[in-house]
Design a protein around this ligand. Structure first.
Ligand code: AHM
Ligand code: MG
Length: 342
C-alpha cells in the first residue's frame, strides 16, 4: 500500500499506540519510555504550531525585541528550547538534558529525576525560518548508565548506545521520524486530530541514490577524498548519469529527503573547520542512528559515526550519511587516500 493510501486507512496507528505495541514486546518495560516520548511529541506539536503561525504572530524576530503589546518577543528557537526543557523535566523520566541552545547540560532535580537522558537540537536550521524553509527538531535518547543520580558521562556515550533517536520536520506537513532500534517509522501530524499517525512504516533508505547534498561553497577547503567524490558525482567515471545536487541547508530536510529518496548528505571536514560544522551529540548521532536503522551508513571520514566517544557535549564531527553504496564509495576514497599518504 502506498503512503497516500495508508493515510486513508481507518485503523489509525497513532505514535502512542505504536510505541505501546513496541514496548509490550519487552516484558520488563515499565512504561517510562512511552511517557517520555509523549512529552517529546507534545514539544513537537507545540513547535509545529508555533512555526506555522510564526509569520502571522510575528514570533520571528531578534530575542529581546518588543512586540506591539509591549511584551518581549522570543525567538522561535529560544521558545522551542524552553518548551522541550519543561516538557522533558515534567515527564519525570529524565536525569540529564543537553540542548544546542544551552551551554551547560541541565541536571534534573532529584524529585523529578528518571532513567533517561535526552540530547536535542530544539530547532535546527533556524536561520531558514524567515523564508519559510522546512526546519526541525532532532533528538537522541540514552539510558542512564547506572542507578546513580547521573553525571555528564551518561550523555558522553557513543551514538551506538542510544536507545532511540528521531527528528520532527516542520514543513508542508509535520513529520516525526523515529527509531527505537528496531527499524525506522515515520508519522505525520493530522492537525484535525492532533495526533501523529503512522504514514511511513518501516522506512528503508534506497541502497543507491542519485542525489548528493553538500554545501559546495566550501569546496575550496575540502580534502582530497571529498573533492574526488563530488567530482565523480558530476563526472561519473563509469559512464553513468551524473547525480543531482540538492542542498536545502537545513539538516532535517536534507536528511529526510536522503532517507526517502536515497543518496548522500555530507558536511565534511575542511581546512577551516577540521571537524565540520554539525554537532556530534544531537545532530550527527541521531541522524546516523536513523540512517543505519534504515539500512544505510554514516561515516566521519575516519570511521563509523556512531562509534565516536564524545568528550564534550557540544563537539562537532564531519559526517557523510545516506545510501549504503554511496557511503561505501566515500569510505573507499578515504581508505585509498590514507594508503597513499602513509
Ligand atoms: P544550526 O544548528 O545553527 O541551525 O546549524 C545547523 C545547520 C544544519 O541544519 C545544516 O545542515 C547546516 O547547518 C547548514 O550549514 P551551512 O549553512 O554551512 O551549509
Ligand atoms: Mg543545529
Amino acid at each position: 500500500m502506498d503512503h497516500a493510501a495508508e493515510a486513508h486507512r481507518t485503523d489509525l496507528m497513532t505514535i502512542t499506540r505504536f510505541v505501546l505495541n513496541e514496548q509490550s514486546k519487552h516484558p520488563e518495560a515499565r512504561g517510562d519510555f512511552t511517557i517520555l516520548l509523549s512529552n517529546i511529541v507534545l514539544g513537537c506539536k507545540f513547535v509545529c504550531s508555533a512555526v506555522s503561525k510564526a509569520g502571522l504572530a510575528k514570533l520571528i524576530g531578534l530575542a529581546g525585541e518588543i512586540n506591539v503589546q509591549g511584551e518581549e518577543q522570543k525567538k522561535l528557537d529560544v521558545l522551542s528550547n524552553e518548551v522541550f526543557i519543561k516538557a522533558l523535566i515534567s515527564s519525570g523520566r529524565t536525569s540529564i538534558l543537553v540542548s544546542e541552545e544551552n551551554e551547560q547540560a541541565t541536571f534534573v532535580e532529584p524529585s523529578k529525576r528518571g532513567r533517561y537522558c535526552v540530547v536535542f537540537d530544539p530547532l535546527d536550521g533556524s536561520s531558514n525560518i524567515d523564508c519559510g524553509v522546512s526546519i526541525g527538531t532532532i533528538f537522541g535518547i540514552y539510558l542512564r548508565k547506572d542507578d546513580s543520580e547521573g553525571t555528564l558521562n551518561d550523555v558522553l556515550q557513543p551514538g551506538k548506545n542510544m536507545v532511540a533517536a528521531g527528528y520532527c520536520m516542520y514543513g508542508s506537513s509535520c513529520t516525526l521520524v523515529l527509531s527505537t532500534g528496531t527499524g525506522v517509522n515515520g508519522f505525520t501530524l493530522d492537525p484535525s486530530l492532533g495526533e501523529f499517525i503512522l504514514t511511513h512504516p518501516d522506512i528503508k533508505v534506497p541502497k543507491k541514490g542519485k542525489i548528493y547534498s553538500v554545501n559546495e561553497g566550501n569546496a575550496k577547503n575540502w580534502d582530497e577524498p571529498t573533492k574526488k567524490y563530488v567530482e565523480r558525482c558530476k563526472f561519473p567515471e563509469d559512464g553513468s548519469s551524473p547525480k543531482s545536487l540538492r542542498y536545502i541547508g537545513s539538516m532535517v530536510a536534507d536528511v529526510h529527503r536522503t532517507l526517502l529518496y536515497g543518496g548522500i548528505f555530507m558536511y565534511p571536514a575542511d581546512k577551516k573547520s577540521p571537524n565540520g560544522k554539525l554537532r556530534t551529540l544531537y545532530e550527527v548521532f541521531p541522524m546516523s542512528f536513523l540512517m543505519e536503522q534504515a539500512g544505510g551508513q554514516a561515516f566521519t571520514g575516519t570511521g563509523r559515526a556512531l562509534d565516536i566517544v564524545p568528550t564534550t557535549i557540544h563537539q562537532r564531527s564531519p559526517i557523510f550519511l545516506g545510501s549504503f553504496e554511496e557511503v561505501e564509495e566515500i569510505k573507499s576514497l578515504y581508505a585509498a587516500h590514507e594508503s597513499k599518504t602513509l
